[in-house]
Design a protein around this ligand. Sequence first.
Ligand SMILES: Nc1ncnc2c1ncn2[C@@H]1O[C@H](COP(=O)(O)OP(=O)(O)O)[C@@H](O)[C@H]1O
Ligand SMILES: N[C@@H](CCOP(=O)(O)O)C(=O)O
Length: 322
Amino acid sequence: MAVYTDITEDDLKRFLTQYDAGELTSYKGIAEGVENSNFLLHTTREPLILTLYEKRVEKNDLPFFLGLMQHLASHGLSCPLPLPRRDGALLGELSGRPAAVISFLEGMWLRKPEARHCREVGKALAQMHVAGEGFSIARPNALSLEGWHTLWDKSEARADEVEPGLQDEIRNELEFLAAHWPRDLPAGVIHADLFPDNVFFLGDHLSGLIDFYFACNDQLAYDVSICLNAWCFEKDGAYNITKGKAMLDGYQSVRPLSRAELDALPTLSRGSALRFFLTRLYDWLTTPAGAMVTKKDPLEYLRKLRFHRQIATSAEYGLLHS
Ligand SMILES: Nc1ncnc2c1ncn2[C@@H]1O[C@H](COP(=O)(O)OP(=O)(O)O)[C@@H](O)[C@H]1O
Ligand SMILES: N[C@@H](CCOP(=O)(O)O)C(=O)O
């Protein structure tokens, strides 16, 4: 589910008078997503998405997220555009929650992406990195080395319930990453959660990127490693080198990776696998039984982490010139 906060038609109609959005004709809650409450609005004009920001999103971060979508869209990236209120503000309030209205993006996310889609995603990620240049607000990545330790501290005591031996394995991994994490790679605005459910396609054509609510400033190649993890493994846990090659080729057709970025890919991929393992582990251990949300399997990301540990050079990801 992703409707945590209910709204009434009267409140919504009153809220919409603050926008130049036409008359409301219908609305419905959207079941997908995990973080915020989303509604599809039909009006006498274009369809719109209404998002109510829930507890895990810091209100102070909202100007970054909304401003970023505006910046990226104005620099040619296909992504939702926040609709300003009549007074110019991007953020309002509805049912006691911070709320924004953004444009509706046509398309569907792919349940079974193929290599040609991975190439498109690589290209779009690089386009986003380029389009993000010059964005004036900064947001440090709260889910990097320090954030991983904080998350781990909350789960460590119960980790062996999920798989015996996890406590030692993850402690060693955190130590390795603290000692070997690259720090001087090209940096900028990253999406940080560009999973298949956040990329829309119309047929084979990528129609846009959504869900910028983990976006932040970090090393750009870290975002590439997130996409390798999210798009280039099969359900049985095997890395698909054809998809990896397509993803990296697509990325490099827009923004070539430097030698240092290529060399860092195995370590970055360990880090990004650990990042999603840790948030999933925390949710796995703390989400009450019966909660109306689908828990994601942390072990999927543990297997990816173990794969990256035995990578010797980035050529093994499918790069031609490494
Ligand atoms: N701009 C948009 N255009 C079309 N659909 C959208 C848009 N934004 C969100 N959605 C729909 O809402 C769902 C959840 O959105 P998402 O931003 O991923 O939520 P969450 O941040 O809660 O994970 C998406 O899978 C999609 O179906
Ligand atoms: N992509 C993350 C979970 C975040 O979910 P989203 O609906 O906000 O994309 C994961 O797979 O663990």
